[in-house]
Design a protein around this ligand. Structure first.
Ligand SMILES: Nc1ncnc2c1ncn2[C@@H]1O[C@H](COP(=O)(O)OP(=O)(O)OP(=O)(O)O)[C@@H](O)[C@H]1O
Length: 487
């Protein structure tokens, strides 16, 4: 890795003429070059911007333009999409292709690193020098550019952070996160790197639960990190045995995990599933550390150096069991590992500052033991007849009914009540022939029976799919806007 990443650094500074502070878009699947490019950038101070390979031309265009990227690294699959938008990106000077074939107008990354010198002197980066830009998922609008410093990498060395996974040199760690997501930089690169553990990588072009299960049986993987949907798919697969021979520890985060899924995973695999919470802005903010008591449905406790509190809209700390915003203290000192600011967006950067805190825009409560309980994004919380309802609570209740494959709960206008709870539901195929009115009544009754009755969805609509971001997160804001007749 030292040899190859030094060569990569030389390719960037010499063959590509990139300088410290230039931006490079990194859009690669799970191939070894993803690691080389990331570390090559860290060595040279080139700011890298990971992006998912699921992007289409317009997504790539948006990212290249707003970031004024000077270079891009990608594969054959996305090169034509890049070429189709490159004329509209005047800053883009270098296109690097990771492939066994050549392509006109592109530099061949693999042959360049073969011929590059392995001698390279790393820049002397300071903790607060910029390292990477992570685009947010765009769940609530256009993706924002969360800029991180080298302190983000440093945070993985902090003893308190290493308690999350407690990786050892003997561990074989498999992080299934999309390479475009901040979790991949943490789970595929920084965490195992700082612990000296083995990284397991699988190309996995599609999330086929059968392949994931076979892989966990075949290879000596001891720890696994993946989005809740991955564990969900495995559980829904009805495989005869999920007793993986070497798996000891599992972590998930990035979206809500249902408490019953957490329990079901434990029952079927014999391994505990720990939950973490984070954002492109924060990396992992809180989590259930290895060995800590798991409270199903909770996102665990704040991980130092972050001081996380539940705050009101003015930044006042709220007592336990009171709904509020998840805030991370930034005054008097901004903690290492938290994003620096939104690039080119001082208004948005100022908007998320709330008193002494960075307001994550997520609603939650904290209990007496310091465990956080996610309610939903601030914009998604429903205010029905004076009751504040988090979509996650209703979606969790619906998920317990066998008819529900997936649901999204949003606010909907009502002439009498102002706002009511509306559920968009994707049915499991076995229930698609059922009388719809009858099924709606049954589902409403079910929600009333498993959670506080005022939360039940007064409106229900069955849909074939839910609107999602390219990383698979439900765009509740899109559904809500449709309900209120907005664009
Ligand atoms: N454990 C978790 N449980 C529930 N939600 C989670 C969890 N972890 C993360 N999230 C959600 O994911 C969000 C972070 O996702 P990300 O940084 O990818 O961008 P986004 O907020 O989805 O997109 P955008 O900011 O562009 O709308 C959090 O703010 C939170 O809403």
């Amino acid at each position: 890795m030292t040899d190859l990443t030094c060569r990569t650094a030389n390719v960037f500074t010499q063959a590509c003429g990139l300088q410290t502070g230039d931006r490079l878009a990194l859009i690669l699947p799970r191939v070894p070059e993803w690691w080389l490019v990331s570390v090559g950038c860290i060595r040279t101070g080139v700011i890298y911007m990971p992006g998912t390979t699921q992007m289409k031309a317009k997504d790539i265009l948006y990212r290249l333009q707003v970031s004024e990227a000077k270079a891009i690294v990608t594969t054959d699959t996305l090169a034509p999409e890049v070429d189709s938008v490159a004329p509209e990106c005047p800053s883009l000077k270098t296109k690097l292709l990771v492939s066994d074939h050549s392509r006109e107008g592109w530099l061949d990354f693999r042959s360049l690193i073969k011929s590059a010198s392995p001698d390279h002197i790393c820049i002397k980066s300071k903790t607060l020098d910029p390292m990477a830009i992570f685009f947010t998922s765009g769940t609530t609008g256009f993706p924002k550019m969360a800029k991180h410093s080298h302190g983000f990498a440093l945070r993985s060395y902090f003893p308190a952070c290493r308690k999350l996974l407690q990786l050892k040199t003997s561990d074989v760690f498999w992080c299934l996160s999309d390479t475009g997501w901040i979790l991949a930089t943490l789970g595929c690169l920084l965490e195992p790197w700082t612990s000296g553990s083995t990284v397991f990588a699988h190309h996995l072009p599609q999330f086929d639960p059968k392949v994931i299960i076979e892989t966990l049986f075949k290879y000596p993987i001891t720890q696994c990190l993946a989005a809740p949907s991955v564990y969900r798919m495995i559980l829904q697969h009805n495989f005869t045995s999920l007793r993986f021979p070497t798996l000891e520890h599992c972590l998930t985060g990035g979206e809500a995990l249902l408490p019953e899924e957490q329990e079901q995973w434990n029952r079927q695999t014999g391994v505990l599933l720990h939950q973490a919470y984070g954002q492109s802005e924060t990396g992992i903010g809180c989590g259930t550390l290895r060995g800590m008591k798991i409270k199903p449905g909770s996102m665990g406790k704040a991980i130092p150096p972050f001081d996380i509190q539940i705050i009101d809209d003015k930044g006042n700390i709220q007592p336990p069991n009171t709904e509020g915003n998840i805030g991370i203290r930034i005054k008097p000192t901004r903690p290492i590992g938290l994003f620096m600011y939104y690039e080119n967006n001082p208004e948005k950067t100022a908007e998320v500052e709330c008193g002494d805190f960075y307001n994550t825009g997520d609603k939650a409560t904290i209990d007496e033991e310091g465990y956080f309980w996610f309610l939903g994004r601030s914009d998604d919380v429903i205010n029905a007849s004076g009751y504040r309802i988090g979509p996650a609570e209703v979606e969790n209740a619906l998920a317990e009914h066998p008819a529900v494959a997936e649901s999204a709960v949003v606010s909907s206008p009502d002439p009498v009540r102002g706002e009511v709870v509306k559920a968009f539901i994707v049915l499991n195929p076995a229930f698609s022939c059922r009388d719809q009115d009858e099924l709606i009544k049954e589902l409403q009754q079910h929600v009333k029976s498993v959670t506080a009755p005022y939360k039940y969805p007064r409106k229900v609509e069955f849909v074939s799919e839910l609107p999602k971001t390219i990383t698979g997160k439900i765009k509740r804001s899109e559904l809500r806007k449709k309900e209120f007749g907005q664009k």
